[in-house]
Design a protein around this ligand. Structure first.
Ligand code: S3P
Ligand code: PEP
Length: 450
């Protein structure tokens, strides 16, 4: 296991209302892509607002290992001196992507069509996650992969010597798979085409175009058809990373379930491929408003204002919305426990292959806290107990999964008895300032052994 060190037990208790403004860190998806596209460009890329979570720091280190210049200039401010498409050097050591699925899968794509070999590993969570979803389409370019049984890390990738362009329909709704194929397509001649039946986050498409690639997206009866012209010259850019809607979910959801709360989370990107949670919360009757809605860098942005919402109702979350809120189901299930009635969450098989099996991790912890949960392979449902109705009072396992840890800590802020998490260490992968930010709003979250 790499990275995490000693477990960090944490406990959250009911206390005063959460009040104030919470500025959450930069978007994780856009941060990874800024580093990778910066490394694949000619010239300098200047990034502000980069998320300095461990997942992204591991990607920064990897880009250095492939030969790019990556330098931290100040808080969230980074400079990347790229090597250009096809310019990656062969790394001398093993590439350790820590806990990050996005990191390893996008980096595998970005080196897959260069004539170099790289070996990838990660922590116990990442080494258990499926990689064939990426190495199968990469094989079509001529890339070879040798990993552990079941297509697991550690894994060695031998980049294609003479790559051919690929046409690939993704069998799972995954922006990581789509992005790995597009990044590999950069160094293949001709047109690489990815077809996705369900829309997933489109940051790669937007950013590739922004760095100078020629890329089109067509909506057809087959789905979204994304066509990339190979071997472009990417040019370094200035990137201002917006705040992460997936991190904003924690202070927002905590405010909805803690009596008297009123929290403002400014500058949140509401790109429709990411904003499904917020629509769902509004459908449940949450007092959640979009203040000062505006466009920034071609993306819809707003300040989210969340107030205590004692009258929320359970709903069926439309399955076609799943990709746009895939990382937010754990914290949604916490809010659902405080709503009246049942919340059904169908079409979410992908939750079983994240940092943990998120349906199992949440169902186990929710049940220990007195909440009834039903589940099947690709769905789950939470029986809400209404405002103030959640007993809490358990210690739950975070299973090396930041979102599980943060979800249960938010739950402990609204439940009758405290909720303990066995290890809050993984929170630093995506939201290193979570504890301080929540404390500034008035939340009682402590290191349990302190
Ligand atoms: O492309 C990305 O930046 C991400 C895609 C999603 O994963 P999948 O593509 O596996 O669904 C998401 O869960 C992850 O946190 C970030
Ligand atoms: C699934 C996640 O990340 P990754 O796949 O990059 O590990 C997440 O951040 O919730």
């Amino acid at each position: 296991m790499s990275g995490h060190g000693q477990p960090v037990p944490m406990v959250a208790r009911k206390g005063a209302a959460l009040v104030g403004t919470a500025v959450v860190p930069g978007d994780k998806s856009i941060s990874h892509r800024s580093l990778i596209l910066g490394a694949l460009s000619i010239g300098e890329t200047h990034v502000t607002g980069l998320l300095e979570g461990q997942d992204v720091l591991d990607t920064a280190k990897a880009m250095r290992a492939f030969g790019a210049g990556v330098e931290r200039l100040g808080e969230g401010e980074w400079r990347i001196e790229g090597v250009g498409v096809g310019g990656f050097a062969e790394p001398e050591g093993v590439i350790d992507c820590g806990n990050s699925g996005t990191g390893v899968r996008l980096i595998m794509g970005s080196m897959a069509t260069s004539p170099i070999v790289a070996t990838f590993t990660g922590d116990a969570s990442l080494n258990g996650r499926p990689m064939a979803r990426v190495t199968d389409p990469l094989a079509l370019f001529g890339t070879r992969a040798l990993g552990r049984r079941g297509g697991r890390l550690p894994m060695t990738i031998q980049g294609a010597e003479d790559p051919v362009p690929v046409r690939y329909a993704t069998p799972v709704p995954s922006a990581q798979v789509k992005s790995a194929v597009l990044l590999a397509g950069l160094n293949a001649p001709g047109e690489t085409v990815v077809i996705e039946r369900e829309a997933t986050r489109d940051h790669s498409e937007r950013m590739l175009a922004g760095f100078g690639a020629s890329l089109t997206t067509e909506v057809t009866p087959e789905g979204r058809v994304i066509t990339l012209k190979g071997q472009p010259e990417l040019r370094g850019q200035s990137v201002a990373v917006p705040c992460d809607p997936s991190s904003a979910a924690f202070p927002v959801c905590a405010a909805l379930i803690v009596p008297g709360s009123d929290v403002l989370v400014p500058n949140i990107g509401l790109n429709p491929t990411r904003a499904g949670l917020y629509q769902t919360l509004r459908d449940m009757g949450a007092d959640l408003t979009y203040e000062n809605p505006r466009e920034e860098g071609g993306e819809p942005v707003a300040d989210l204002r969340a107030r205590y919402s004692p009258a929320m109702k359970g709903i069926e979350v439309p399955p076609e919305r799943a990709a746009s809120m895939i990382d937010e189901y754990p914290v949604l299930s916490v809010v659902a426990a405080f709503a009246e009635g049942r919340t059904e969450m169908p079409g979410v098989r992908e939750l079983r292959v994240k940092e943990s099996d998120r349906i199992d991790a949440m169902a186990t912890g929710l049940r220990a806290c007195g909440v009834t949960v039903d589940e099947g392979e690709d769905w789950w449902a939470v029986e809400g107990l209404g405002a103030g109705g959640v007993p809490g009072g358990a210690t739950v396992e975070s299973r090396l999964d930041h979102r599980i840890a943060m979800s249960f800590l938010c739950m402990g802020l609204g439940s009758a008895q405290p909720v303990r998490v066995d290890d809050g260490g993984p929170i630093a992968t995506s939201f290193p300032v979570f504890e301080g930010l929540m404390a500034a709003l008035g939340a009682r979250i402590d290191r349990a052994n302190a």
